[in-house]
Design a protein around this ligand. Structure first.
Ligand SMILES: Cc1ncc(C[n+]2csc(CCOP(=O)(O)OP(=O)(O)O)c2C)c(N)n1
Ligand SMILES: [Mg+2]
Length: 274
């Protein structure tokens, strides 16, 4: 596929991910719209270009691993997994419902394509480091990707894992930071400032790459560059907008979780018409 076609198709996938996310959250009347919408392009690029996975063999031993460390962002992840063929669309209707496999937070025992359970923030990078070390010990060539929330990086465990990852010179793991500068209860810089972000990660021995997390071409270039880094881990700092695509959800913590279920049909209408 030529680059322009690839970009256009990934943009379409990101739109589908937004629409399915709003449909799922709308059906359930509950969920986390803000952090799902900010990760739509990241998910599209991962699942439709970057990750070597096979929906027909979800447990293929050489598959790349992906961990959604910000586990509340499941709506976007389930949408991507479904579109990639891991389970049928009907399953999405049971998001956050009894009898379905798609819980609010991801469960590796229930959902094909999910390698790590999450929801308690701060743990995904440590799990990813374990997987990356396992690949090294077993002479496997798979790559591990972990998506972190910016508020999540206030957790101490993230920095313990960051230090260990560079200590072990791990270069088969890429972290992605969904840097939307909003967390559950306010702007991240007000709740507890995490800046200067690239400097902090570099001080911990990481290579850093910054990009616009809603620009598919920039994300593609960032993932390419990250794979070329040798001898140390790399983090893609993706600048994003929480709630991206729904005017009344953008840049606010009010829609971290569902604020007013009655407004969800309007959110779906906005992403459909984008
Ligand atoms: C250890 C832990 N503490 C608190 C929470 C509650 N919680 C869920 S999401 C969230 C905010 C996360 O913000 P951020 O990482 O910036 O995610 P995003 O903006 O992408 O939604 C919090 C505090 C949690 N899930 N786990
Ligand atoms: Mg955030």
């Amino acid at each position: 596929m030529v680059q322009q076609e690839l970009i256009a198709s990934l943009e379409r996938q990101a739109k589908t991910i937004r629409c399915l996310s709003m449909e799922m959250i709308g059906n359930a009347g509950t969920g986390h719209p803000g952090g799902a919408l900010s990760a739509a392009e990241i998910m599209a690029v991962l699942y439709f270009k970057v990750l070597r996975v096979d929906p027909k063999q979800p447990l293929w031993e050489d598959r790349d691993r992906f961990i959604l460390s910000k586990g509340h962002g499941t709506a976007a992840w389930y949408a991507a997994l479904c579109e990639r063929g891991f389970f049928p669309r009907d399953e999405l209707k049971l998001f956050r419902q009894k009898g379905g496999i798609l819980q609010g937070h991801p469960d590796m025992r229930k959902v094909p394509g999910i390698d790590m359970t999450a929801g308690s923030l701060g743990m995904g990078l440590s799990a990813g480091l374990g997987m990356a070390l396992a690949a090294r010990m077993q002479n496997k060539s798979y790559h591990v990707y972990t998506l972190l929330g910016d508020g999540e990086t206030q957790e101490g465990q993230i920095w313990e894992a960051a230090m260990a990852t560079s200590h072990f010179k791990i270069d088969n793991l890429t972290a992605i930071l969904d840097y939307n500068d909003v967390q559950l209860d306010g702007p991240t810089h007000q709740v507890m400032e995490i800046a200067p972000v690239p400097e902090k990660w570099r001080d911990f021995g990481w290579q850093t790459i910054e990009c616009n997390g809603h620009n598919v071409a920039e994300l593609l270039a960032a993932f390419d560059k990250a794979l070329a880094v040798k001898g140390k881990p790399c983090i893609i700092i993706a600048h994003t907008v929480k709630g991206k695509g729904v005017s009344f959800m953008e840049n606010t913590c009010d829609w971290h979780g569902v604020n007013d279920p009655k407004k969800l049909p309007e959110a779906l209408k906005e992403v459909l018409s984008e």
